[in-house]
Structure formats: C-alpha cells, structure tokens
Ligand binder design. Structure first.
Ligand code: THU
Length: 159
C-alpha cells in the first residue's frame, strides 16, 4: 500500500495585481452579473472567456423552476463560445459572483460538472485554460483545470 499525494498550484492575488488583460476580463464579468437569471438562488454568476482570436464572450447562470434544468455561468459561456467559434481555443476564463446584490468577498470555484466541461475544452483544443476566480477581496489564478480536477475522467480511458 502506498500513499499518493496530489498537489495543485493556485495563485492568490489582489485584483490590482492581475495583468491588465485579466483585470479587464474580471471587470467584464462583474459588469455582466445583472444578466444572470437566478430568481431561485439569488446567486448570480458571470463567466467571461477570451478566445485566441481576441474575442471576449460573456455568459451567466440561467436557472429554472425545475432546478436541474438550469445551467451554471461557466457552461453557458463555454458552450456559447464553442458553438460560435468551434475552431478557436479559449485562452482565459474569468468568473465573478454576486449574492443578494453584493459581489462575493472570496472567489467562488466552479462546480464539478463545470470542471469536467472545462477539462473537455482544454483537451479538445490541446491547450490549457487560465482560470481567474474573482472575489471582492482577492482572486485565485489557476493555470489549468488539472489543478482543480485531479484524477479526472477523460477520453484517455476509451483507448
Ligand atoms: N453556479 C454557477 O453558475 N457557477 C458556479 O460555479 C457555481 C454555481 C450557479 C448555479 C445556480 O444557478 C446558482 O449558482 C446557485 O448554485
């Protein structure tokens, strides 16, 4: 029997410490928060992607009275981006959230299903996606979903 330790790299920084382009993405995500449709949870989430053609696309969480029919902001945005631009990789994904009208103090992290979709997108374009999780007080920068989803399931198991 042996113990396997898995490590992840997550960079914590203040909003001011972000690169100018990343700061712009976070601002864009924040500005889009009111486009969320979250009447049930009152938890608005906004995700923005920067594509390798320079295009920036925004999306938000979309809820439904039949709760599981709703969709998180990350998947709304990634599916939208991949539908519009199926040949362009996502370079960066920034996420911001608001609860009852206030931007959350600490960054929120993507749910398991969104992590799986981010992983598929990285694999599809063979390119890591930089993830910026933005709160009011601090941000986390993650250079690949692999740091958020160790021991993941992917198409390598089909080989
Ligand atoms: N949500 C997201 O959009 N992204 C996340 O990373 C976490 C949760 C949404 C789903 C639901 O509409 C609301 O936030 C509360 O869970």
């Amino acid at each position: 029997m042996k113990k396997i330790n898995i490590t992840s790299e997550i960079i914590e920084c203040s909003n001011e410490e972000l690169d100018p382009k990343d700061k712009e993405l976070v601002k864009s995500a924040e500005n889009f928060l009111d486009h969320a449709y979250a009447p049930y949870s009152k938890f608005s989430v906004s995700a923005v992607v920067l594509l390798d053609n320079g295009i920036i696309l925004n999306g938000t969480n979309q809820e439904n009275a039949a709760y599981p029919s709703g969709l998180c902001a990350e998947r709304t945005t990634i599916f939208y981006a991949n539908s519009l631009y199926p040949n362009n990789k996502i370079l960066t994904l920034a996420i911001s959230a608001k609860y009852e009208g206030e931007i959350v103090k600490n960054p929120i992290t993507p749910c398991g299903a969104c992590r799986q979709v981010i992983l598929e997108t990285e694999k599809r374009f063979a390119s890591p996606i930089k993830i910026i999780l933005a709160g009011k007080n601090k941000c986390f920068i993650i250079n690949s979903i692999k740091d958020l989803l160790p021991l993941s399931f992917d198409d390598e198991f089909f080989e």
